[in-house]
Design a protein around this ligand. Structure first.
Ligand SMILES: [Zn+2]
Length: 352
């Protein structure tokens, strides 16, 4: 089923260009294209989750359909079209998302067919019909193939937006028929500021979440600072134990951790940030740059042991494990090897 805008559950998602955080380049491009009457019929919004791709699609739909847009081209928020956009009931803004009846969520050919049926008719409210397909990587091959027909013969006053993490998961035939716009990770200072304002977090706590978010405000807002602080205690304790423990202890650790993908991801990230912090401290970086600012005392203690080579090797081992897991290698095997590598680093440090 092609779903309507009402499925955008979060009333939080901005619908105005003026409320979009960062992404000035993308917005500048869209405004200039609109002013020059050169809007493409299909855009590919590339970038990580949570940096504003969906918000920009929504703001674009709102501005295109607004009956009294602001001077710098933005929706007014007052006209009937804007009110329906705000309520998520606009008939001409469609969001096509994967359905998860099966194990793997997918955008099915039926959803694209239904959208294509709609495109035979002009937009219902007389403006533009805007459809967001997200994530575009989740389209079944048949669905992508069906969409290709729309991209080859774009209907009047229709705008298609495909949101994807990268081009890698898409067919080149689709990519080549879209105008690409790259969304950047948001600057740290901006994410920290928003976290402080929206969550009432301290500078240290906001900095911690920001460091883990990879420049995605959406991801940062979804993180739970208390839970992460608790996980961090566990991660630091595990690292310490592994450096001193037996091979059996390492294998037990790997077995325990491998059961939960989220915990594995958090371990890799939190541990990598720790070694990164130590290397930064070693270079004399300001404490404001550290991810684990609120653990400064612990880091200073570790730094006093002065083993930059070991920190670097540990960081590299963690990064390698991360790559291997992304490539779908067996999690437990990957963690076994990671644990032994981390232990070996620790042991050589102890024996010096
Ligand atoms: Zn309006």
């Amino acid at each position: 089923m092609a779903k309507t805008g009402s499925d955008i559950s979060s009333g939080q998602s901005p619908m105005f260009f003026r409320d979009i955080l960062g992404q000035e380049r993308v917005l500048g491009h869209l405004r200039a294209a609109w002013k020059g009457g050169r809007l493409a019929h299909a855009y590919l919004f590339l970038g990580p989750e949570g940096v504003g791709r969906e918000s920009v699609a929504r703001a674009l739909a709102a501005a295109l359909n607004c009956t009294q847009p602001a001077a710098e081209w933005d929706a007014c928020g007052e006209c009937p079209s804007c009110k329906r956009m705000a309520a998520g009931t606009h008939a001409d803004f469609l969001v096509i998302r994967p359905t998860s009846e099966h194990r793997q969520p997918q955008i099915k050919i039926g959803q694209i067919r239904e959208f294509r049926r709609l495109t035979a008719y002009p937009p219902m409210e007389g403006g533009w019909r805007v459809a967001l397909i997200k994530p575009a990587e989740d389209m079944q091959p048949e669905a992508a193939n069906a969409l290709l027909k729309t991209l080859e013969e774009p209907p009047e006053r229709h705008l298609l937006i495909l949101a994807a993490g990268s081009e890698a998961g898409l067919y080149q035939t689709i990519v080549s028929r879209c105008q690409k716009l790259s969304f950047s990770p948001l600057p740290s200072a901006l994410v920290i500021r928003e976290l402080q304002a929206r969550r009432g977090l301290s500078r240290e706590a906001a900095g911690f979440l920001t460091a883990l978010s990879g420049g995605s405000l959406g991801r940062a807002l979804a993180l739970n600072p208390e839970e992460l602080a608790e996980q961090r205690r566990q991660v630091f304790a595990d690292l310490e134990k592994m450096a001193r423990g037996s091979a059996t202890a390492v294998l037990d650790w790997a077995k325990r951790l491998a059961k939960n993908k989220q915990e594995v991801d958090n371990f890799l990230l939190l541990a990598q940030m720790r070694y990164r912090d130590l290397l930064l401290l070693e270079c004399g970086a300001a404490s404001g740059l550290l991810a684990h600012q609120d653990c400064a005392a612990d880091l200073e203690k570790e730094k006093a042991r002065g083993n930059p080579e070991i920190w670097f090797a540990s960081f590299a081992a963690l990064a390698a494990a991360h790559r291997q897991l992304q490539a779908n290698l067996n999690p437990q095997l990957t963690l076994d090897i990671l644990g032994l590598r981390l232990q070996h680093q620790g042991v050589s440090h102890e024996s010096r």
